[in-house]
Design a binder for this molecule. Structure first.
Ligand code: ATP
Ligand code: MG
Length: 287
């Protein structure tokens, strides 16, 4: 009997490709993603990876061509397909924004009334305008949206932005955020027990990789007189490990800190006399 495999769709080549492939590899899934490959079977985990255009992924997942997929929330929202969002993946972060030419006197959303807006996201944009009582003319184009105002195809645009540098080089100014987006794992509505079991395993690994990325392993030497306060700064997973140093009155403290408050914690630790602070990346964090 043929082994059951979970079919995973990822972007073939684009902004999500490297992060999607690296995520699967960090989950211990070994596969060959050589150039031009359309499909690859993992050697050590029951999955098959399909390399596709990102816009097609929601449709393929809905239609059962793939069981799960990795795609931007922006693409998912535009596609309006019946699939489940399983997990946010923390990469491919961007926003869908409205931008106007620099000399456009922008005050509020009402300024878009009667204007022509170029976008590749007509569904998301029309819902946003409807929710905000704006009546604008949406022009759907398939790419290079940022040049539309300069060739008089539109008065403003709605496009994906991360740093804003593309807008700036094209003389545009971001004025409203329509939606925030990041890559998500999506799944077909009814997977069945066998495929669900594979997905659960994969998801457990994905969560461990995500947690590891958000945390750092920290080691330091602490004077025993301030040990209690230093321990309070480092709650860790359960509590920090404390080992005596060869030098009396000093201890070595090992713990895990969240990336978000990392520098603040380090500053407080130093003010409590911590020395020899080492910070290491974590590969996996099993919770
Ligand atoms: P494909 O050939 O697969 O259709 P594409 O050209 O449509 O690719 P990319 O530009 O590779 O798509 O972007 C893929 C996804 O990356 C976007 O849908 C979005 O979710 C995310 N992304 C993150 N930052 C940005 C950004 N600054 N501009 C565009 N997309 C971004
Ligand atoms: Mg695309």
């Amino acid at each position: 009997m043929q082994e059951i495999k979970l079919k995973i769709a990822v972007q073939k080549s684009g902004r999500l490709s490297d992060d999607s492939i690296n995520l699967l590899k960090r989950c211990g899934v070994k596969f060959n993603n050589g150039l031009g490959k359309l499909k690859s079977e993992a050697e050590n985990f029951p999955v098959e990876i399909y390399f596709l255009r990102d816009d097609d992924i929601p449709q393929y997942v809905e239609d059962n061509v793939a069981d799960v997929g990795i795609v931007g929330e922006n693409v998912l929202a535009e596609a309006c397909k019946k699939v489940d969002t399983i997990e946010k993946l923390g990469f491919g972060k961007c926003r869908l924004s409205l931008a106007v030419p620099k000399d456009f006197q922008y005050q509020s959303l009402k300024d878009f009334d009667g204007k022509r807006i170029a976008t590749t996201y007509p569904q998301v944009l029309s819902s946003f305008f409807a929710a905000n009582n704006v009546t604008a003319e949406i022009h759907t184009i398939s790419g290079s949206v940022e040049i539309a105002p300069s060739i008089n195809l539109a008065d403003a645009i709605c496009d994906l932005v991360s740093s804003g540098s593309t807008l700036f080089t094209n003389g545009l100014r971001e004025v409203e955020t329509v939606m925030q987006s990041e890559a998500v794992l999506i799944a077909r509505k009814t997977l069945g027990a066998d495929l669900q079991a594979i997905l659960d395993k994969l998801l457990f690994r994905i969560k461990s990789v995500k947690a590891a990325k958000q945390n750092k392993y920290i080691l330091l030497n602490a004077p025993n007189e301030n040990l209690a306060e230093i321990i309070r700064l480092l709650p860790g997973m359960r509590s920090p490990s404390v080992l005596p140093l060869a030098e009396s009155n000093w201890s070595s403290v090992h713990s895990v800190v969240n990336e978000n408050d990392f520098w603040q914690v380090v500053e407080s630790l130093k003010s409590k006399g911590a020395e020899g602070i080492l910070v290491l990346a974590i590969d996996q964090m099993i919770q």
